[in-house]
Design a binder for this molecule. Sequence first.
Ligand code: 3PG
Ligand code: MG
Length: 401
Amino acid sequence: MPAFKTLDDLTDIAAKRVLVRVDLNVPVAADGKVTDATRIERVAPTILELSKKGAKVILLAHFGRPKGEPVADMSLSLIVSAVNQVLGHKILFASDCIGPEAQQAIAGMKNGDILLLENTRFHKGEEKNDPGFTEALAKNGDIFVNDAFSAAHRAHASTEGLAHHLPAYAGRTMQEELEALEKGLGNPARPVVAIVGGAKVSTKIDLLQNLVKRVDALVIGGGMANTFIAAQGIDVGKSLCEHDLADTARKIMAEAEASNCAIVLPVDGVVAREFKAGAANEVVDIDKIPADAMMLDVGPKSVAAVNDWISKASTLVWNGPLGAFEIAPFDKATVAAAKHAAEQTKAGKLTSVAGGGDTVAALNHAGAADDFSYVSTAGGAFLEWMEGKYLPGVSVLIKTA
Ligand code: 3PG
Ligand code: MG
C-alpha cells in the first residue's frame, strides 16, 4: 500500500485551522430524525482528536445531491443536533461554506472549537472541482484532512481539489478504511473468497471482472446469480434475470477459469410465486425451478457450499446479499453465511471486509456486522475500489517525498 500522511504526522496544530472533509450524508426520516448515525460515529474520532489537540476544526461535507444551489431540505443545519449528540460536544454552524458567513464564523473560533460549514454542494464549483471555488475553500484553512473515504470516488473541490492547495492528511477513518481494504484485497492472506450478491449483473460487471483475477473463489448470489445460471442453459422460471447479459456472464466465467478462480453458483434455491414477506415457498434444485416461480434466496445446499468456502478462506470480501434479505424468510442464506463469517472472524481464522450499498444493512440484520474485521460505510467508493479503479480523493493523499 502506498504511504499516506496521517494525523500522526500532524504535530503542533494548536490554533491551526484544519479543514476536515467528512461524510455526513446520513439517512434522515420524514420527521427530521437521523435514522442511521454510523457515518457520524465513524468521523467522530478524527474530529475529537483534532479538537483535543487545540486545532480549530472546520468541517466540510455534502448532503444529498442539490445540484449546485441551496435546497432547504439538504441543509446540513438539519443534522447539527445529531452531530452534537454523537460527538458529545456542541458544534458551531455557518450557513455558507465560503464567503463572509464562513469567514466570520471562523474568525470567532477558539482553539478546540468545531464548526460545521453548510453543504459544499450548494455551490456549482464543488462538483466541478472549480479552481476559484477550491481557492475560496482553501482560504479558510491551514491544513486539509480528508476523512471521507465514502466520497473519495468523487473528484470534487472538497475531496480532491483542496489537497492541491493545502498540506493534506488522511483522517483516522480514511486511514482505517485504507488499511482494511489493503488487507481485504490489496495484499490479502490467501485463500481469498469474495461474495458478490445483489439484484443485477449489469451494475457489477467491472467488479466481477476485477475479482475473478484477484480472488481464489467468487461466490455469486442474489438475483444476479440467476443471470449466470440461465447463461448455462438452465430455466430460471420467473426469477429476476438479465437474459441479454448471458454472453457477459459466460465471458466472466471463462475469465475465472483462466485465472484459476472457482465460481460458486447456487445449486438449489428457495422459490416463491410472489415477492412478499411470508410468501409460500419451497426449496428446489437449481435445474427444477418451476416455470411460474421465482428464486428469492439460495437454498440450504448452496449455503453449505458457501460456508465451506468461508471456512477454507483466510480472507473474505463481501458485497451484496445472497437473497431478498429484506423480506423474511428469504433472508436465511444471507444471515447464515454472515453469521458463519462473523464466527470465523471472532475465532481469529478469517479477515472479513464488507461494504457497499445494501451490504451493511444485510450484515446488521444478521447481527454479524460487529464481528466482521471491517465494515465500510461506503457505497460507490467501496465498489469502485473493489473494481480496481483509481479513487481521486485517495490518490491525492499519497505521500510523494
Ligand atoms: C454516498 O452516500 O455514497 C456518498 O456520500 C457519496 O454521495 P454521492 O453518491 O452523492 O456522491
Ligand atoms: Mg453514492
